[in-house]
Design a binder for this molecule. Structure first.
Ligand code: DGL
Length: 289
């Protein structure tokens, strides 16, 4: 559990980045592309005083079909970038990276910044609410093949039945701006009807891109299935972690939120504007040189 691994308050204040309080430092968030913006915007809504630094690794999206070794390398590179920007917490806003690279990110952040993934807060939320029911999880091949959700539920809520399905077309589809249209509806309905996901009580959207298709998933289930996305649950977790270390920003930031991408795409810019209004500082940053 990430709680047991949190750097102590004293250790954080000795960070190489900050001789004084880190409360005014930014929150670092990363994903392979636009998916993590769903988490970033939930954090922004819940914690409007916080300044965000977002990194979308668009040069390598999708992560879902990459090897664990590659994803660990990408996650480490991005974490170093966010630590250089003096982030006080690094949020892995990607299920695929959370399933294989959380330890690597924690190790780099140790004594410098807090960390959270998107999976532990979700498992905590679901196991507090469901005990003997059947739930479903959809996500990338990387997340589903890692079996991280069934393994974590086995520890937390043993009698919960978990049915998982990889839905690899969904991330590239969403990244290309295909959602709320007939193509996305056909693909989503096809995946949901073929993967033993009919008799479930709740469905976890185990990819941070999927909140963008949440309405379409809900429309497939004509009965009461709770479709759960992690954005607000993770935002709450970030608030709890920062608050426990007295690291919440107390006044509006003077600097703007920053959005970095490793390869510029128009669809990323358009999606950023779906989530954040006003002046958007989007910058291509090739950290892989
Ligand atoms: N949004 C990410 C996730 O939660 C990444 C999806 C991908 O790049 O394949 O898994």
């Amino acid at each position: 559990m990430q709680n047991q691994r949190l750097p102590k308050k004293e250790q954080l204040s000795k960070s190489v980045h900050s001789p004084g309080s880190q409360a005014g430092h930014p929150i670092g968030i990363f994903d392979s592309g636009i998916g993590g913006l769903t988490v970033a915007s939930a954090i922004h809504r819940l914690l409007p005083n916080e300044r965000l630094i977002y990194f979308g690794d668009t040069a390598h999206v999708p992560y879902g079909d990459k090897s664990a070794k590659a994803i660990k390398g990408y996650s480490e590179g991005i974490t170093e970038f966010l630590l250089d920007k003096q982030c006080k917490i690094v949020v892995i806003a990607c299920n695929t990276a959370s399933s294989v690279a959380f330890r690597n990110v924690q190790r780099l952040c140790s004594g410098k910044a807090l960390t959270t993934n998107v999976i532990d807060p979700m498992v905590q939320y679901v196991s507090a609410k469901y005990r003997d029911e059947k739930i479903g999880v959809i996500g990338t091949k990387g997340t589903i093949n890692s079996r991280i959700y069934p393994r974590k539920f086995k520890q937390k809520a043993e009698s919960l039945q978990v049915s998982s399905a990889a839905t690899p077309l969904l991330c590239p589809m969403i990244e290309e701006g295909f959602f709320n249209n007939t193509i996305s509806k056909t693909i989503i309905y096809d995946y949901l009807s073929k993967n033993h996901l009919d008799d479930i009580q709740a469905l976890i959207l185990g990819c941070t891109h999927y909140p963008l298709i949440k309405k379409e998933v809900e429309s497939y289930y004509k009965r009461d299935v709770e479709v759960i996305d992690s954005s607000e649950i993770v935002a709450q977790k970030v608030q709890d972690l920062l608050s426990a270390q007295s690291l919440l920003a107390t006044k509006k930031p003077t600097a703007k939120n920053r959005f970095y991408i490793s390869d510029y795409t128009e669809s990323f810019e358009a999606s950023t504007r779906l989530f954040f209004t006003g002046d958007i500082h989007l910058q291509e940053m090739n950290i892989w040189k």
